[in-house]
Design a protein around this ligand. Structure first.
Ligand SMILES: CC(C)(COP(=O)(O)OP(=O)(O)OC[C@H]1O[C@@H](n2cnc3c(N)ncnc32)[C@H](O)[C@@H]1OP(=O)(O)O)[C@@H](O)C(=O)NCCC(=O)NCCS
Length: 147
């Protein structure tokens, strides 16, 4: 079942996140502790919206989102989403995404925004779930280590 994400879920979400984003695929060396701290930063924001998928008292997937003002409108941005690797491809991610969409519709928000890697399977997942690529948006980065 889908339910609202609570503070006590953060450690399990950190565990799922670390497994869902392995260094071999994503190039970032997450530890459970760092991932939990990272996700807690989102959780503590005043406009945070989050859900987990739970089965037999175990959290198997999570979504971290944030309402944000965009001119006269308000949108929701999905910052992070992860499902335990052994339970991926079974509809959990779709249910989590639908929870965010339902929340957004009920609040009269204008849309849902997210960023993902062009090379990750997640892009196909979002396209299946009615998301479209935003043309004209680029991600820029300034490397500071070693400069
Ligand atoms: C992306 C993610 C959240 C989707 O959750 P999920 O529970 O696996 O997704 P669902 O089962 O609801 O949807 C499955 C669909 O998504 C796509 N998909 C999801 N994971 C996939 C994977 N690893 N490889 C290929 N396609 C995948 C497929 O199109 C699939 O459709 P199909 O069942 O008809 O083949 C989950 O796979 C995940 O945690 N991935 C790793 C972390 C990640 O990429 N997070 C999002 C970054 S923005």
């Amino acid at each position: 079942m889908i339910r609202i994400l609570k503070k006590s879920d953060l450690a399990q979400c950190g565990k799922i996140y670390t497994k869902a984003f392995p260094i071999e695929h994503w190039g970032i060396d997450w530890t459970e502790e760092r991932a939990t701290e990272y996700l807690q930063d989102y959780f503590e924001q005043s406009k945070f919206v989050g859900y987990v998928y739970e089965e037999n008292n175990e959290v198997l997937g999570c979504v971290f989102a944030l309402c944000k003002i965009s001119g006269s409108k308000e949108e929701i941005i999905i910052n992070e989403m992860a499902v335990l690797p052994e339970r991926q491809g079974q509809g959990i991610g779709t249910q989590l995404l639908n929870a965010v969409k339902d929340y957004s519709k009920n609040k009269g928000l204008a849309g849902v925004v997210l960023y993902t890697s062009e090379y990750a399977p997640a892009a196909a997942f979002y396209e299946k779930n009615e998301f479209m690529r935003s043309n004209g948006t680029i991600c820029m980065y300034c490397e500071l280590i070693g400069v």
